[in-house]
Design a protein around this ligand. Structure first.
Ligand SMILES: *Cc1c(COP(=O)(O)O)cnc(C)c1O
Length: 373
């Protein structure tokens, strides 16, 4: 069969490298980047992205699950891979076998592991709760944290926390974040006072990096900014860096139709042509990750350098656009997420009342990732 792509994601690896270099400009020289490539690298393709990152010198990766970690190892990613989330106790032998690093996610998890009897030590980073109250051991639980460091079952390579409000500009958000930072720093000092080698420390994700770049930890953990995106459209971070977006969602026109005045288009007859129109069918739908909830929200796509309106309800495998004033033929390429103002991920996420991570991470399995430089 001749290669034909109905819809695909173009991944610009030069832009990925640009973003790494931009992040390096604002973090301390001794701080390393731990690339967050969970959720299939936010939809960008975990293997393709991690290979590129490894080739430009990134040695540390973070994923959410054991399965994600195994995918990278099987693809010959040699770097350190930290599993940020929960791994069932009975799967920890896999973590050891593949030489991953497991997050010690809370008190109960720590207590179970301490009492086990591994042949080889489990590599771990201890997660500390400083106010997010999702995962993490209480920052005041010095006793347990010390026990973990001394456990024969765990080789503790690091300790980290997560900022829950590093994005907002309000003074109360800033105060809260400062408090999280202080609690983490105080814990580290207390451990050092007890002559414990704390290992690698880290606390900042993307917004922590952009708003608190002065923190001096072993790692930063950028996710969304690696991919050149801001969390939301209206964001005002302390540091402005020159991010370049990495993901371009593309598809093709597969059919063109004249729509007579007074006729309807699509499911539920939500669109009625108020005059004679010309529509085109784009061969991508909500099963590919172009959200159905973008229907009837003035979403636009780019085709032959013009914007076309999305018409009616987005279907599972297709949707329709208005090309009445645009010269378009079957086979032409349509860009759904890209660089231009109306098709930026930030703009679409704003229409959907969500963050850019959700929009890009939902891009579907059916789409091939095409890597370009
Ligand atoms: C997802 C995640 C990150 C990356 O978050 P971004 O806001 O996308 O940079 C960092 N740390 C932890 C613990 C995470 O779960």
């Amino acid at each position: 069969m001749k290669k034909y792509r109905r819809a695909w994601i173009e991944i610009n690896l030069s832009n990925l490298e640009n973003n790494i270099n931009e992040i390096k400009k604002i973090i301390p020289t001794n701080t390393k980047i731990m690339a967050v490539v969970k959720a299939n690298a936010y939809g960008h393709g975990a293997v393709g992205v991690s290979r590129e990152l490894e080739s430009i010198g990134i040695t540390d990766f973070a994923v959410a699950t054991l399965e994600e970690a195994i995918e990278l190892r099987r693809a010959k990613i040699k770097g350190n891979i930290l599993i940020l989330g929960y791994t069932p106790i009975e799967c920890l032998k896999e973590v050891i076998k593949y030489d991953f690093i497991q997050t010690i996610i809370d008190e109960d998890y720590a207590n179970i592991i301490i009492k086990m009897n591994f042949k080889e030590k489990l590599k771990g980073h201890i997660k500390i709760n400083t106010g997010m109250n999702r995962m993490g051991i209480d920052n005041k639980n010095l006793n347990l944290i010390e026990q973990i460091y001394k456990s024969n079952n765990i080789e503790v390579l690091g300790i980290f926390s997560h900022l829950s409000d590093s994005y907002n500009e309000s003074s109360s958000s800033k105060e809260f974040t400062k408090k999280q930072i202080d609690l983490f720093d105080n814990l580290i000092s207390s451990l050092k006072n007890k002559n414990i080698n704390v290992g690698n420390t880290h606390i900042q994700g993307s917004n922590g990096i952009l708003n608190y770049p002065e923190l001096n930890h072993s790692f930063v953990r950028p996710g969304i900014i690696l991919y050149g995106l801001y969390t939301e459209k209206y964001i005002n971070t302390k540091c402005k860096i020159n991010l370049k977006r990495v993901l371009f969602l593309k598809s093709r026109i597969i059919s063109i139709k004249d729509i007579k005045k007074g006729s309807f288009v699509g499911y539920g007859r939500k669109y009625e042509a108020l005059e004679d129109k010309k529509n085109a069918v784009v061969s991508i739908g909500h099963a590919d990750g172009y959200p159905r909830s973008l229907s009837l929200k003035n979403a636009k796509v780019l085709v032959n350098n013009s914007y076309a309106d999305v018409v009616g309800i987005i279907c599972m495998d297709y949707f329709m656009i208005d090309i009445t004033n645009i010269s378009v033929k079957v086979g032409d390429i349509v860009t759904l997420i890209g660089e231009d103002e109306n098709i930026k991920a930030e703009e679409l996420a704003s229409k959907l009342d969500t963050v850019t991570s959700e929009l890009v991470a939902r891009s579907g399995k059916r789409l091939e990732r095409v890597y370009i430089k």
